[in-house]
Design a protein around this ligand. Sequence first.
Ligand code: ZN
Length: 264
Amino acid sequence: MRYVRFQRRGEDAVRLGWIEDERIGSIEGSLFGAHRRIPVTWPSSTVKLLSPLVPGKIVCVGRNYIEHAREHDAEVPEVPLLFLKPPSAVIGPHDPIILPLQSGQVEHEAELAVVIGRKARRIAPNEARDYIFGYTAANDVTARDLQHKDGQWTRAKSFDTFCPLGPWIDTQVDPGDLRITCRVNDQIRQMASTREMVFSVFQLMAFISGIMTLDAGDVLLTGTPAGVGPLQSGDSVQVEIEGIGILENPVVGAAVEPSATAIT
Ligand code: ZN
């Protein structure tokens, strides 16, 4: 099953739905609770897909692929290296990634995203599957210059538009061996398998749920493979995850506006 959030063209109402063979039906009820599927009604070309959920927490993992740690001359961590992105950074498919004035080096990070389906606290890796609702694609957009300058990562990871998610939540895919590909203007920048993760999705679920309770609607970003690189205004960036789909976003320059906060 593939779940979407969407608006029909010309309507303000945000709907939950499901997609099959490029046709979309709506859903009555709550995504993570009881709900009923209405038969598919609209061609997907007549709707605008939004981020497939509005997450609670977004818990992210740094350096979870050995080759990516090496490209930054960084150690592979002995335990998962965690950071958070704010829900305010989330955008949906085809929404623009806006380059902030404060950074001269914004980069893409293609990642598998895990959507939590129910409350998880101190779970074991072999229980993790029961707590996962599904999977989607994410781009952990990062202001690399600010990440290096600050030492800790909150500013570099948290600008508005720095967390594209989508295009839908797939509930069937197995996370163990999925190809992740990032293309910028149709050129391949990143390609690896989730099999190459240092800590698997289920190990990450166990580790994180031993620190903080995970709730339905929280999202985990599971780290990026080697090949991260710069984004420029005018680029189009795609994150493709095998078995899920393609998340595509244009990149635009910052709106030039006087701002007291644009201090680097
Ligand atoms: Zn990342």
